[in-house]
Design a protein around this ligand. Structure first.
Ligand code: NAD
Length: 428
């Protein structure tokens, strides 16, 4: 049977729980969400027809604090996927030690087919559907795939109307004009960048000698490409949904960004659709690559920053990178993990690598509650501290318990959640 996002989460969880040896009751609490809320959201389209979309809010665990997690708008956002993402959020907040639990939301639909009015209506209807289950001390949503700061602003506005309150801490990822935090837009890549710098410093490696391939040139992958380029790394490959380019000599992400803005694609400087200017590519030492080929290119650091489930038992053996920094959620299957470990490839797992986003979301929540506005410098230095503390805890556990970094990150997080559940008296 094909694996699903939640079955892949459970597979890693089961392997790690073998070592932690929780009681049956504790194991049950760590394996399933505390609450699954689901409904159908009705929308009157601009043409007068009515449609209904399945909508979910899964609250995985709140032993360590209010539930926290984004809301995804996507045709594939079904209950299984939202459950897996909620579980990963609970572990992510625990591994970076911020006082939140884990949750996730989703509406199963294609937002690209909606007008702006329809999108606003669906977003407000989502809040009305789950208003009793959410709130600054209960469950704090955030953006995820296809949900933007504008969506967060509509949602905050709707929540405040429904509850007759002033609630800047209801939701994070808001625009700066309506309670956002400086540094939130770059936080996920920034957090991953701090980890990578620490990793290569400890290995006494020089960024100037390291080649990086990045899958995905969106918010996270694009921002990461800029940070790495500025720090002297050589970006050898970049891609988006339409494919990518490779140059052993290195690619300038600023230039790629310019062409992407103009043509809508990372390959836009060289190709129009499937027709490419071969002469120009030859002169620049550039070749076109598919997203599958990108993963297998010769490089030192591979950064999946787009989709889940891209490194599997089918291609793991052909990966040449020495390090994989997972900025996407769930890019590697448990079967692939085993192959990578045997090959000696170090994987810095998603729940650690991409936790910078939720960390700055926490800073935004703190600012919302206190009425303060932190400076960009304060956000950056606090983020660095949180990420490096988490990295050190994971590295120590990996070394002591002879575990992969993924299993160590799970172990650190699960132990913290278990300690909180025991302290609350939920389990003996
Ligand atoms: P985004 O929508 O801004 O960018 C996604 C990128 O992936 C785009 O460049 C898109 O073209 C590309 N893409 C889409 N389909 C692809 C395909 N089939 N092959 C290759 N590339 C493809 O999204 P984002 O916010 O950058 O998120 C990327 C990943 O990072 C997701 O897995 C997300 O869950 C994860 N993540 C994001 C944040 C955050 O703060 N934005 C936080 C944690 C994790």
């Amino acid at each position: 049977m094909a694996s699903t996002p939640f079955s892949r989460f459970q597979s890693t969880l089961t392997a790690v729980l073998e070592k932690l040896k929780p009681t049956t009751e504790e194991r049950k609490l760590l394996s399933e969400p505390q609450h699954v809320h689901q409904t159908k959201i009705a929308l009157k389209r601009d043409d007068g027809t009515m449609v209904e979309y399945p909508a979910f809010r899964v609250q995985f665990n709140n032993a360590r604090g209010p539930y926290k997690g984004g809301i995804r708008y996507h045709p594939a956002a079904d209950l299984d996927e939202v459950k897996a993402l909620a579980a990963l959020m609970a572990l992510k907040t625990a591994v970076v030690g911020i006082p939140f639990g884990g949750a996730k939301g989703g509406i199963q639909m294609d937002p690209k087919k909606l007008s702006k009015r329809e999108l606003q209506e669906v977003s407000r209807a989502y809040v009305r559907a789950f208003v009793k289950q959410m709130g600054p001390d209960i469950d704090v949503p955030a953006p995820d795939v296809n949900t933007t700061p504008f969506v967060m602003a509509w949602m905050r506005d709707e929540f405040e109307k429904q509850t007759n309150s002033y609630s800047p801490a209801f939701i994070t990822g808001k625009p700066m004009a309506f309670g956002g935090s400086l540094g939130r837009d770059t936080a996920t890549a920034r957090g991953g960048f701090f980890l990578l710098q620490e990793l290569i410093d400890r290995q006494a490696l020089d960024p100037a000698e390291l080649k990086v391939a990045i899958q995905g040139f969106g918010n996270v992958g694009g921002t990461m490409a800029h940070f790495l380029h500025n720090a002297g790394y050589t970006i050898v490959s970049l891609s988006d949904s339409q494919g990518g380019i490779y140059s052993a000599e290195g690619i300038d992400p600023v230039r790629i960004e310019k062409y992407k803005r103009k043509t809508g694609s990372v390959t836009g400087e060289y190709c129009e659709g499937s027709v490419c200017d071969i002469q120009k590519m030859k002169m620049d030492g550039v070749t076109k690559v598919t997203n599958e080929q990108l993963l297998e290119l010769p490089c030192d650091i591979l950064i999946p920053a787009a989709l889940d489930n891209v490194i599997t038992e089918k291609n793991a053996d052909r990966i040449q990178a020495r390090y994989i920094l997972e900025l996407a959620n769930g890019p590697t299957t448990p079967e692939a993990d085993q192959i990578l470990e045997k090959k000696g490839i170090r994987v810095i797992p998603d729940i650690l690598s991409n936790a910078g986003g939720v960390t700055v979301s926490y800073f935004e929540w703190v600012q919302g509650r206190s009425g303060e506005q932190w400076t960009a410098e304060r956000v950056d230095s606090e983020l660095k501290r949180v990420m490096l503390d988490a990295y050190k805890a994971v590295r120590r556990t990996a070394y002591r318990e002879k575990m992969s970094y993924r299993h160590a990150a799970f172990a650190v997080a699960l132990k913290r959640i278990l300690d909180a559940m025991r302290a609350r008296g939920w389990v003996a």
